[in-house]
Design a protein around this ligand. Structure first.
Ligand SMILES: Nc1ncnc2c1ncn2[C@@H]1O[C@H](COP(=O)(O)OP(=O)(O)OP(=O)(O)O)[C@@H](O)[C@H]1O
Ligand SMILES: [Mg+2]
Length: 319
């Protein structure tokens, strides 16, 4: 767990605080997304967690321990960091870049080589082809993947990721996000993830922290933020389509009514219970169906109609 308590940062010679009295608790095993306009203090906050920048005020604790009490180099070695501009060393190959922290740890050569191949495989790059290339021989998206692999090299329990998927096109980005979420299901790392993209924040975050001019404006789950945005700044920031965004977060299984009798249901179009309501509605429109069946573990377990969706959404405030 990361506890940030009353932290401010004023850079030398700057009148304004870059980070203004920030208090936030990031639970172990969760992805906390930092989002807000350019210059609102996201990167500064991230860099205070691994002591690349020292706070002007306040304390930061990791698992209950004040980080100013620990050696900054040791601290940084147990925190993976994906920097905003990817930051691969240009004169080192992909493999050497990934090996930097394991080398600092003094891992044996064979173990490092094995880990590099394993990580390249994890991020979807072919080690045989890519390992000995230099960063300049990679695409922006590939570089970004290598940056993520490098941060994961010694399997740190905390990862700080500053716009890790910023440099890739939307399709590759969706794939990277999906892969990363799949990995995180098993890794259960504590992650601070910076993005500019509200859709990415909603998809990736267990919690979202919205910043403006160095201040935390709202900190909550994506669903709560979409349902109850704290004021006009957040409302504008998340956009006028917040209902449509919420439809992506609710699953068909959540709304479906249980079917007690199967008679007549065999003919119904059906969708997996994990499908989002957005997908369910697209499916219903495509099939020109007023209601569809919902399948759980290969069995028809419920059904859902447009009226069910409407009443579910209306019951929850804020629409
Ligand atoms: N080294 C520095 N010296 C002085 N001011 C700085 C320094 N680094 C950042 N700042 C200022 O602190 C504020 C916060 O910067 P920060 O990099 O944390 O923003 P950010 O939210 O990450 O922005 P972006 O989305 O553009 O990356 C900005 O006003 C920035 O100009
Ligand atoms: Mg930044």
């Amino acid at each position: 767990m990361i506890e940030i308590d009353g932290v401010s940062k004023r850079y030398n010679g700057q009148g304004k605080l870059a980070v203004d009295n920030l208090s936030i608790k990031i639970e172990a095993g969760e992805i906390c997304v930092f989002i807000g306009p350019s210059g609102c203090g996201k990167s500064t906050t991230l860099r205070m967690i691994n002591r690349m920048i020292e706070p002007s005020n306040g304390t930061i604790k990791i698992d209950g321990e004040d980080i100013t009490k620990s050696n900054p180099d040791k601290l940084r070695m147990r925190i993976g960091y994906v920097i905003q501009q990817i930051g691969l060393l240009p004169h080192k190959t992909v493999g050497e870049n990934i090996a930097i922290v394991p080398r600092l740890y003094g891992w044996p050569k064979e173990l490092i080589e094995k880990r590099v191949v394993e990580l390249l495989d994890t991020i979807g790059l072919d080690a045989a082809v890519e390992k000995d290339k230099y960063p300049s021989q990679l695409s922006g998206g590939q570089m970004q993947r290598v940056g993520v692999a490098r941060a994961m090299a010694v399997d740190p329990s905390i990862m700080l990721m500053d716009e890790p998927f910023g440099a890739v096109d939307p399709i590759a980005r969706t794939r990277l996000q999906d892969e990363f979420l799949r990995l995180q299901k098993n890794m259960k790392k504590t992650i601070c993830f910076v993005t500019h993209d509200i859709d990415e924040a909603i998809k990736m975050g267990d919690k979202i922290a919205i910043f403006n001019e160095g201040k935390l404006v709202q900190f909550d789950t994506p669903s709560n933020i979409l349902t109850n945005p704290a004021g006009d700044f957040v409302k504008d920031f998340i956009g006028s389509d917040r209902l449509a965004k919420r439809l992506k977060l609710i699953s068909a299984g959540e709304i479906a009514k249980r079917i007690d009798s199967l008679s007549g249901c065999e003919m119904m179009h059906a969708i997996e219970h994990t499908a989002s309501i957005q997908e369910t509605m697209s499916f219903m429109i495509e099939k020109d169906a007023e209601y569809v069946g919902v399948i759980n573990k290969g069995k028809l377990s419920g059904m859902i109609s447009f009226a069910d969706i409407r009443s579910y959404m209306n019951k929850r405030a804020g629409v």
